[in-house]
Design a protein around this ligand. Structure first.
Ligand code: PCA
Length: 201
């Protein structure tokens, strides 16, 4: 049985709930398609999150890596096409707010996802879920984690499917938030991620 490292994030900024946490906790230890899932939650922390995921990949030696993040306001499940070598954004959960910084001094400008993102989107649409490829993962923690994993894999000549998928808010988050935002049920979010995992060879 192959192993999939599936990561999510803790709550951040003024979002009291991060729906990725629930998905990762629900799928941890389960088998989906050809993969046994190793769930891991990451802190929203520029210093810690990249180190933690790199340690997980190096230590657990998964056969695939899918990281999940909340993109509150998006209406669809959005596999990311590319991660860029940039850190810039609001203060993280430790108060660190980088501005126009590189993630890797000598790293390339960007890395493309090595997940089958087109197939994933098609599979979701066939099942009736809104889905689209996203061409920007932003410059916050999600982009950072995606870039760091792809950089590790490239620098160690390791070929495996790895990348990032942003998800919309859950109903619980939208109800708890003062901002209006599109939301999905936890059941649909989890089912959508399960379908994505089934597209991995
Ligand atoms: N979403 C943020 C960081 C944590 C999360 O779930 C992002 O899109 O960068």
């Amino acid at each position: 049985m192959k192993k999939l490292l599936l990561t999510g994030f803790e709550p951040f900024l003024d979002f009291p709930i991060n729906p990725t946490e629930k998905i990762v906790n629900a799928l941890d230890g389960k088998t989906v398609g050809n993969y046994e899932i190793i769930g891991h939650l990451l802190p929203v922390d520029f210093n810690l999150a990249p180190k933690k995921i790199v340690k997980e990949v190096a230590g657990k030696r998964p056969d695939a890596v899918i990281s999940l993040g909340l993109a509150a306001g998006r209406t669809a499940i959005t596999p990311e096409r590319i991660a860029i070598n940039c850190q810039d954004g609001e203060p993280d959960n430790s108060g660190v707010a980088p501005e126009d910084k590189l993630i890797e001094e000598n790293g390339p400008d960007g890395y493309f996802s090595t997940l089958p993102i087109r197939r994933m989107v098609n599979r979701l649409k066939e099942a009736g879920y809104p889905a689209a490829i996203s061409n920007t993962a932003g410059t916050y923690l999600c982009n950072n984690v995606m870039y760091s994993v792809l950089h590790l894999l490239k620098s160690t000549n390791t070929e495996l499917p790895a990348g990032f998928v942003h998800i919309p808010a859950s109903h619980a988050l939208a109800a708890a938030s003062k901002k209006g935002m599109a939301s999905w049920s936890d059941a649909d979010l989890q089912e959508a991620i399960t379908l994505i995992i089934k597209e991995l060879d």
